[in-house]
Ligand binder design. Sequence first.
Ligand code: ADP
Ligand code: MG
Length: 683
Amino acid sequence: MEPKDSIEVIKNIGKTRAAQLNKLGIETVEDLVEYYPRDYEDRSTYVPLDEVEPGKVNTIRGRVCGKPEAKKIRSMTIVNARITAGKGFIECVWFNQPYVRNQLTPGREYSFTGRVTEKFGRIQMESPDYEPVNENSLNTGRIVPVYTVPNKMSQKIIRGCIKDAMDSVEGTLEEYMPHSILEKHDLCSREFAVKNIHFPESDTAFFKARRRLVFDELLLLQLHLLELKGNVCSKKSTVKIEDQDDTEIRKKIGFKLTDAQERVLNEIKSDFKSGFIMNRLIQGDVGSGKTAVAMIAAYIAVNNGYQAVLMAPTDVLANQHYKSFFDVFEPLGIKCELLTSGLKKREKERAYDNIETGYSKIVIGTHALIQDRVKYNNLGLVITDEQHRFGVRQREMLANKGDEPHVLVMTATPIPRTLALILYGDLDISIIDKLPPGRQKIDTFAVNHSYYQRLYAFIKKEAAKGRQAYIICPMIEENDKTELRAVISYTDELDRNILPELKVSCVHGKMKNDEKQEIMESFARGEIDVLVSTTVIEVGINVPNATLMIIENAERFGLSALHQLRGRVGRGSEKSYCILVSDTKNKTSKERLEIMCKTNDGFVISEKDLTLRGPGDFFGTRQHGLPEMKIANLYKDIDILKEVQQTAIELYKEDRELKSVENSLLRNKIFDIFTTKVKKICL
Ligand code: ADP
Ligand code: MG
């Protein structure tokens, strides 16, 4: 039997089962062998018969005492066997499995795993799995694998099929990993790994096996991403963007770019000139000034005769961008267009026309930009802001609207390099690592609720200076089950009782877009002193006069979210403050808040976040575009990921196309996973 044979060569797999397994992407024997358990059950300890625990799954061993009996009660067949060991005994029953009667040989010793019940003082084990006691057991008397199974297929069946598959390819499963890598990283053989991931011989064997398979999965993915990036970045571009004199727009922008901004801009300019399509990610902490860089890039594209679009994740943000672009571009005679789902039908129609005819050179909007109805005239540059909210697919859809335009992605979530390589493995990365001058550190304090009076006094003091404050609550409405602060009731209380002399308003996700928009604008104009909000405020909002950020139940937020929220203040030249209110006693939560008080550096915070709670924040939104992992878990396997990346980069440097004899099997495996398989799924 060959690993590449169809699964139908396996004894217990006929047409029906094969079809069921195909749906899970399992077609060949090798696929089946690489179908890893989703969990394990420890059935390795035998419980003495007189110590079984009713209500629980127990594993026992004993001899079958006499021929099992079969009874028919109405339409149900009940098989009953008496099991003995030493002086103890127990009844096992099976419902509607008449064949059990003939499978159990009287006098022979078996192990059984099943739920024990106690009814009317009678203890029995119900429908247990059973096997003769010997070293070949799969379902009892050991740690057993648990698989995600198709409907109607039992764990026992799939375990058996996988075992058969493994036996049938024993000795023929190809070791595709170069020997030097196995040695350097102390990895076990593929065969050992596969065997022990399904039916571990011991704990140590299991961990060895898992480490090897995680390493493989991540390495294959990372190499594939490097290859993709190589392909994308070496794709010839038909969009020719020559460098342009940008004095005019710099004058309009009004401030001098920081060195970090200049550096990133130069990287973009050299991409434009390179003759290849740009795929660049700009990572810059909140407030680092990504917008100005995007503006100049757009200006250069427009002056080369192209359109540039900017896609933002929310209407509010799109509107804000539109305003700042409008102020800069319109005086230079460059038309800007806004396209969001919030527009009236007539306005939309006009926008479509202006875009299609090429009258509007700069188009700013939300997802509305990628709808079929939108036709671009001559799209040369696509910019997406706060990209972690968009999936790779959406980015692609927008890029596909033009004739392979250049793509610039901006994100304010500082992502540790390790993760960036997996998340944005197909992009070149630029980092704006310095904030504009004159920014003051945002003083951050963690307090508990006994500080409220002082907190309110502080809000009043800032308001008296003409400054504004945000208060973030974790919930919109109150809820009997928790004592978390809720936006609506808290706003009411502040407005009526606590801060009656100030104007307090709120925004939250349940409001209509127009309504949100109006309040945000009113806040931006300084008509509202205190804005109570949920995290809708998190993304990109820019009100430089706001100097105070108060976060209620701060323990409820991840570090990266806290950092984003804090980034809403400290955007002007005034000293700003962030107060984290929390009564938490939890050690990790406290640690998080302490980190916030200690540093303002988003990269430091994201590294800490990763170690404290895993990359949840980065992958929080489902649309991260990351391929589903079979075995690796980025929460747990970050150390292996680091090892893998080092290896991938070295391999890529030494033998970019993995052409050497040593690397060729690895290359085939990557092709097999990412090209052959993916193609099949797409078809
Ligand atoms: P983000 O990177 O978070 O999108 P923005 O582009 O919104 O940041 O910039 C934040 C604020 O900093 C804006 O008010 C912007 O005008 C200002 N800013 C950006 N770059 C500079 C600079 N080089 N000098 C002074 N202010 C700047
Ligand atoms: Mg921004």
